[in-house]
Design a protein around this ligand. Structure first.
Ligand code: ADP
Ligand code: MG
Length: 530
């Protein structure tokens, strides 16, 4: 029980005079008030809502409500204007802190102090000027955290005082605290929802039952390359890519699942997506909206395609290996006999043509054989510089025939790698041949080899020939890709195959019309002990 006589004595002891007008002691400036209000916006919202609801019970009555924070600062006042005016004259307005020092005995302070509903009616107030008012206050708590966050007060004239007003406050308190709990839970759910939506790599869209888009996520923003704000303005009918499927899901009430669709981006790369569009129903089974999800499966698709190609190539390789052996033997016989028959050819040209064609078949067959060979068998220590020297020497005749100057620049120390001599030679021959074939009217073929800091042998093979476009470089290594009349389009495939077995790396730099530089890198091995 609150004893008002004791409280009044305490006021006097503090030097307050009952005939003075309550005076402001602590007032927030505008900015500090706005900050407090925004921190407690849920509270203010709930107070306004319930005051409007219950307030209709005392329509036209001079009643107003005020909300304070847990320190007694008034954050919000609503209700009857005549009471408001009266109260304002008493120095009670937004931003004012209700204290014993300023207002003597006042209900918000007592509610906070005793943590229970309190009424201060008429002469229970210390100041005479407050004797014609009746005030009721109740503490409001965050029930989850079990801490008081402020008070709710009702104020009226002493003629309207009624114990029921305190009961009303108790009911309002329960409603407000329940509402605050719900708001907090909703906010937590919303945060969780946003977190889930934005951390997933799948694109997501949600529409309401009329087809208006109500939510999308970051992944979708990235996939469609459109800002979320723009996407949220759309409806399913004009929503890119997934909209029409969501529309169907809404209209038919049945899901559309596992649809493959493609989106072409500015860089003209097409990405493949797997799409699901589902209708959403609420607990009563009524259509509430639609949901669509997009997953990028481009990688998976590419890998599948690659596997398919690899399998095809492996099969071709196996067939080629047996076919090549079958072809090669009779070819050797035919070549031999044709040479014997030379005198009986009436025209030398025909003889030459037949021999050339046979040699060409031989070349293709040999390249096929390298491709089909499953593994290099004779790996040993190789000085890669020596192999390069041999290959340069081998290429000299073709070079001088086409007016090509070959320059070599090798480090003085040998560069040892682990590999198969013949296969490495094959790589260099193919690269030199390509370089020289790119310079039919002459040029410079430069070959260099040195070691880098990563313990790698680095080889450069450059020509000053036709060069390649970016698309051409992409095509390199595709079987039978050739731009030459007599080309096989297998050279690069052979190079790549051998490099893979040697764990070698290749980089191609080329500019159409300027020339090409091929860089090869192999891991260096320590010098073998002989
Ligand atoms: P081929 O030499 O039988 O055509 P390759 O696989 O060796 O087959 O080369 C494929 C294609 O790549 C060539 O036809 C050519 O268009 C291009 N190419 C390769 N090397 C070079 C180079 N050094 N300069 C210009 N184009 C090249
Ligand atoms: Mg070639």
């Amino acid at each position: 029980m609150i004893c008002f006589d004791t409280l009044k004595k305490e006021c006097e002891e503090q030097g307050l005079a009952p005939d003075s007008v309550p005076s402001l002691k602590y007032t927030l400036d505008e900015q500090a008030l706005a900050e407090k209000q925004s921190k407690k916006s849920d509270f203010i919202k709930a107070v306004t809502h319930f005051f409007d609801k219950f307030g209709s019970a005392f329509q036209n009555s001079p009643v107003m409500a005020a909300a304070t924070d847990e320190h007694g600062y008034i954050l919000h006042m609503i209700g009857d204007n005549s009471v408001k005016k009266l109260v304002t004259e008493m120095g009670i307005r937004n931003g004012v802190q209700m204290t014993v020092e300023s207002h003597g005995i006042n209900s918000p302070c007592l509610a906070l102090q005793y943590n229970e509903p309190v009424s201060v009616v008429g002469s229970q107030h210390f100041h005479y000027s407050l004797h014609n008012s009746a005030c009721y206050s109740i503490p409001i708590a965050d029930t989850q955290e079990q801490k008081v966050i402020g008070t709710l007060s009702l104020m009226t004239g002493v003629d309207f005082a009624h114990p029921l007003l305190k009961t009303l406050l108790i009911i309002m308190k329960e409603s407000i605290e329940r509402e605050l709990r719900l708001m907090k839970q909703n906010e937590q759910l919303r945060l969780l929802n946003d977190l889930i939506m934005d951390t997933t790599t799948s694109g997501m869209v949600v529409s309401d039952s009329t087809g208006r888009i109500i939510n999308t996520n970051r992944a979708l923003e990235r996939m469609l390359k459109q800002p979320r704000a723009d996407l949220l303005k759309k409806s399913v009918q004009d929503f890119p890519c997934v909209g029409s499927y969501m529309d169907q899901a809404l209209k038919s009430g049945t899901p559309r699942l596992d649809i493959e669709t493609t989106i072409r981006s500015e860089s003209s790369r097409t990405a493949t997506y797997l799409l699901d569009a589902l209708p959403i129903f609420d607990e009563s089974g009524t259509l509430a909206g639609a949901f669509a999800q997009l997953r990028n499966i481009t990688r998976r698709k590419e890998t599948e395609q690659l596997l398919l190609n690899t399998e095809k190539l492996a099969a071709v390789g196996q067939m080629a290996a047996s076919a090549a052996h079958e072809i090669r033997n009779p070819l050797t016989t035919i070549r031999g006999f044709i040479q014997l028959l030379e005198p009986s050819f009436h025209q030398q040209e025909h003889y030459n043509l037949v021999l050339e064609e046979i040699d060409r078949i031989n070349l293709i067959v040999s390249e096929f054989l390298v491709l089909a060979k499953p593994q290099a068998t004779s790996f040993s220590w190789q000085n890669i510089i020596q192999i390069l020297r041999d290959t340069v020497a081998l290429s000299q005749p073709q070079a001088s025939m086409h007016n090509i100057q070959v320059t070599a620049d090798f480090t003085s120390s040998p560069l040892f790698i682990h590999g198969d001599e013949n296969q490495l030679k094959q790589v260099f021959i193919n690269l030199f041949k390509n370089g020289m074939e790119a310079m039919p009217d002459g040029g410079i073929l430069s070959v260099s080899a040195s070691a880098n800091e990563d313990r790698e042998a680095v080889l450069h093979i450059s020509d000053t020939g036709a060069g390649m476009t970016a698309e051409q470089i992409q095509q390199l290594g595709t079987p039978f890709y050739t731009t030459k009349k007599d080309g096989t389009g297998l050279g690069f495939m052979v190079i790549k195959r051998i490099l893979k077995q040697h764990k070698g790396k290749i980089a191609i730099k080329s500019a159409a019309g300027k020339g090409t530089t091929i860089t090869l890198r192999f891991s260096l091995q320590s010098r073998p002990v002989s």
